[in-house]
Design a protein around this ligand. Sequence first.
Ligand code: DX5
Ligand code: ZN
Length: 222
Amino acid sequence: MGVQISPSILSADFARLAAECERVAGAADWLHVDVMDNHFVPNLTLGLPVVEALLKVSPIPVDCHLMIDDPDRWAPGYAEAGAKSVTFHVEAVADAVRTARAIRAAGARAAFALKPGTPFPPYADLLPEVDMVLVMTVEPGFGGQSFMADQMPKVREVREAVRRHGGEVWIQVDGGVSAATIEQCAEAGADVFVAGSAVYGAESASTAIGELRALAARHAHP
Ligand code: DX5
Ligand code: ZN
């Protein structure tokens, strides 16, 4: 698939979501939607009704990042609504295999996410059940935080495990990804890049996406 860019609408103007979606649609591969419930993370954003509204207007596939408790119960509904990728956190899920299978059965790509303090090895056995692993490069909850370079060894570890596993599992990074930090993520093995403030804070979102894509593309998978 090569490099993919998934702008996060968390940094967009929530009063103009359809227009903000259009702003990136020509250049981005995905629209990243951060669902937060004020329990799993100390912030509250939006839920299924708003995602359903976005799905009606988005010309590009929607990538739902669920930062919520009990994803076992809620995640499949996002896939049934039409999100093409649904990510749950391993710290919140009770039965990761069952939830990943339910997401896939509903027609979406399934992914699990790791908070910065969560190690990857205990979850390596889940690789056959998912299409993507999200390595958080900030503490989930808010946009505009500083990139955590100390997560790069984890990205390498996941890339190595994916190579051993042999399947096509994408590796996504999310948090503080910008022109200054994207190259180290790509070099470590990431291929899907979430960027909120770096895209929506730019004068031209499509130019920012193009720049990010070009920087990441300099680094083939190790
Ligand atoms: C943080 C969210 C991110 C956030 C990234 O919890 O998961 O998707 O929007 O924003 P930036 O790119 O500004 O760090
Ligand atoms: Zn996110």
